[in-house]
Design a protein around this ligand. Structure first.
Ligand SMILES: Nc1ncnc2c1ncn2[C@@H]1O[C@H](COP(=O)(O)OP(=O)(O)OP(=O)(O)O)[C@@H](O)[C@H]1O
Length: 459
């Protein structure tokens, strides 16, 4: 278990109207963004209004930063860490039109492709390099639109009106683990497979034209890459998930003069972002021991991403910000949100488990080999005329084998007679049979449990 401090990155969107920039400074060394707020003259002569706000980030990506810079700074190390068995999440958070989708998915050309396609390139290059490991990579892609979850990789959704889309259902098992029903899982074998799935999902994602953005995403999207890896030499499996979250953008309803469907969407978006903020505040309070309950269940997004928020996960926030003076308030509010996130700390560890099927297979092989050795040694012992094992010899063998099996503190067995060898082999055989029975019993228990869960679901 290691302590992980949430990382926060600022990404400044290039100015659309160069005549109207907000005033800001970037202190590169200190990684501080300073935003200036002009004094409100209507306050009169005695005006103590704060004029400069400073925000510290893990790194600041200024207006000139390229898509490759974003990948190198934010995505590369985290995706490699996920390949090592850690969970990871990247949230893109910011006002509508500030560049979240541009950052995560990218724009039309290959050069302008975003973080997700670049992560796939990096993953599959790494799979080629790590020749001692077998990797399986899977993808799911869901959107949360007006508090309902939908599968963006269900091909039938491209032809059906949204009212007929199947909703994702959530249920929790006896151990408190969340399961998502109606969300398809796709195995990905190459960079191109991954990019094709991203494009397919983005094609059917809910997008509308709003005053702030010609193609505004009206939903939160969670693109998840799941890894399963196994070293050729061991029966340990590592599993991990990397969530790449493109949040819908907050919108000042009074300022944008929207109405009808996009107004309803904006209300849902703003509310769920408020719930996200409440979770962040609660997590911070929990760190200070002033609160225990975290209100994850207030929204679907925070329920699903519970583990990414304060759980076993390396979480990163990219705060996308407009540098246009008209958007000053929103930019400040995004920077304040990032500041809250930067204070969070999580305990993270590699997700490892034993592949019981492989272990049993290996134990069977060892068992068969030991049986052969035993048969040979008893042949030999019949041929030789050695005396039978004394009681103290037998105790010595037991002790040595027990220590060997317990923690390898006995790296070598000290054996001087054929009878001792025979006894030690026998003891190993007994130990292996016990282990095999134990694993079979565990597998049986798991199977019973799964069957019980299935029956409950049918009922
Ligand atoms: N860093 C950038 N460099 C160049 N263009 C950008 C940048 N960020 C955003 N844009 C452009 O600005 C427009 C809006 O960006 P985008 O759709 O990514 O915003 P968004 O934050 O996802 O908005 P919404 O929340 O409404 O979906 C797009 O045309 C995009 O290409």
């Amino acid at each position: 278990m290691v302590k992980y401090h949430f990382e926060t990155y600022a990404r400044m969107k290039p100015l659309e109207n160069p005549e109207n920039p907000i005033g800001y400074n970037i202190y590169v060394e200190a990684k501080v963004l300073e935003i200036f707020v002009p004094k409100n003259e209507s306050f009169g002569h005695v005006n103590n209004q704060k004029e400069a706000f400073q925000f510290k980030f893990t790194e600041i990506l200024d207006q000139d930063s390229t898509q490759e810079d974003v990948f190198e700074t934010v995505g590369k190390a985290l995706s490699l860490s996920c390949m090592d068995g850690y969970n990871g999440t990247i949230f893109a958070y910011g006002q509508t039109g500030s560049g979240k989708t541009y950052t995560m998915s990218g724009s039309d050309t290959w050069q302008l492709r975003g973080l997700i396609p670049r992560i796939f390139t990096s993953i599959f290059n790494e799979v080629e390099q790590r020749t001692n490991l077998d990797y399986n990579v899977y993808v799911t892609f869901m959107e949360i639109y007006n508090e309902c979850g939908y599968d963006l990789l269900d091909p039938s959704h491209a032809e059906l009106p949204m009212e007929n889309w199947t909703k994702i259902q959530l249920y929790e098992d006896l151990y408190g683990n969340l399961h998502l029903k109606n969300l398809s899982i796709h195995q990905v074998r190459s960079e191109q497979d991954g990019i094709d799935l991203l494009m397919m999902g983005n094609f059917i994602r809910h997008v509308s034209t709003t005053p702030m953005n010609m193609a505004s995403s009206r939903s939160h999207c969670i693109f998840t890459i799941a890894f399963e890896s196994r070293d050729h030499e061991s029966e340990i499996i590592r599993t991990s998930k990397l969530h790449l979250v493109d949040l819908a953008g907050s919108e000042r309803i009074s300022k944008s003069h929207i109405e009808g469907k996009i107004l309803e969407e904006a209300k849902h978006i703003n509310l769920s972002l408020t719930y996200l903020e409440q979770v962040i505040i609660a997590l911070h309070d929990r760190q200070k021991d002033t609160r225990t309950h975290i209100p994850y269940r207030n929204s679907l997004m925070t329920t699903i991403l519970r583990d990414s928020l304060g759980g076993n996960c390396k979480t990163v926030l990219i705060a996308t910000m407009n540098s246009d003076a008209n958007q000053l308030e929103e930019t400040l509010s995004t920077a304040k949100f990032a500041k809250r996130c930067s204070k969070l700390v999580a305990d993270v560890s590699v997700n490892e488990q034993v592949d019981s099927n492989l272990l049993i297979q290996r134990l069977r092989q060892e068992n068969a080999q030991l049986k052969r050795q035993l048969a040979n040694s008893s042949e030999d012992s019949r041929l030789t005329d050695s005396p039978s094992l004394t009681l103290s010899d037998s105790e010595l063998c037991k002790k040595q084998v027990a220590m060997f099996l317990a923690n390898n503190s006995q790296p070598k067995l000290i054996i001087s007679t054929l009878q001792q060898t025979y006894r030690c082999l026998q003891l190993f055989k007994e130990a292996i049979l016990i282990k095999e029975e134990h694993y079979q019993a565990e597998i049986q228990q798991l199977q019973d449990h799964i069957q019980e869960l299935m029956q409950r679901r049918i009922r």
